[in-house]
Design a protein around this ligand. Structure first.
Ligand SMILES: [Zn+2]
Length: 113
């Protein structure tokens, strides 16, 4: 079988650059993404497969959207709809990580889940 992510690394990089160039907002929480942040900053940019590869999603452009690192972690292999509801719920409960630009304690990894 091989690893489709690794096999398509070059393509993934190109699509990542294309999505980044568009400056899309996060497809999960709808908030803008600071494209200067780097993982593992919770609000950094990652490419999200709308339909996870695990569930038959493809690595094509129409299945890929910009998302925050943290939102993407919440989504994992769940559906986009589930993730949108879950992220909203966590934010409402104050369980989302704080954006560094907004406040001190930077990142509290242990509080995320
Ligand atoms: Zn987000």
């Amino acid at each position: 079988m091989g690893n489709p992510r690794r096999a398509n690394g070059w393509r993934r990089d190109r699509q990542r650059a294309r999505i980044r160039a568009q400056g899309q907002a996060c497809c999960i929480c709808g908030m803008p993404i600071d494209y200067t942040l780097k993982a593992p900053d919770p609000w950094s940019f990652v490419v999200d497969e709308t339909v996870p590869l695990k569930h038959g999603g493809t690595m094509t452009y129409d299945n890929q959207r910009a998302a925050h690192w943290w939102c993407n972690r919440i989504k994992s292999t769940h559906s986009l709809k589930w993730a949108q509801a879950k992220v909203r719920e966590l934010k409402a409960q104050g369980k989302a990580p704080t954006r560094e630009s907004e406040a001190e304690p930077p990142v509290r990894c242990s509080d995320w889940f």
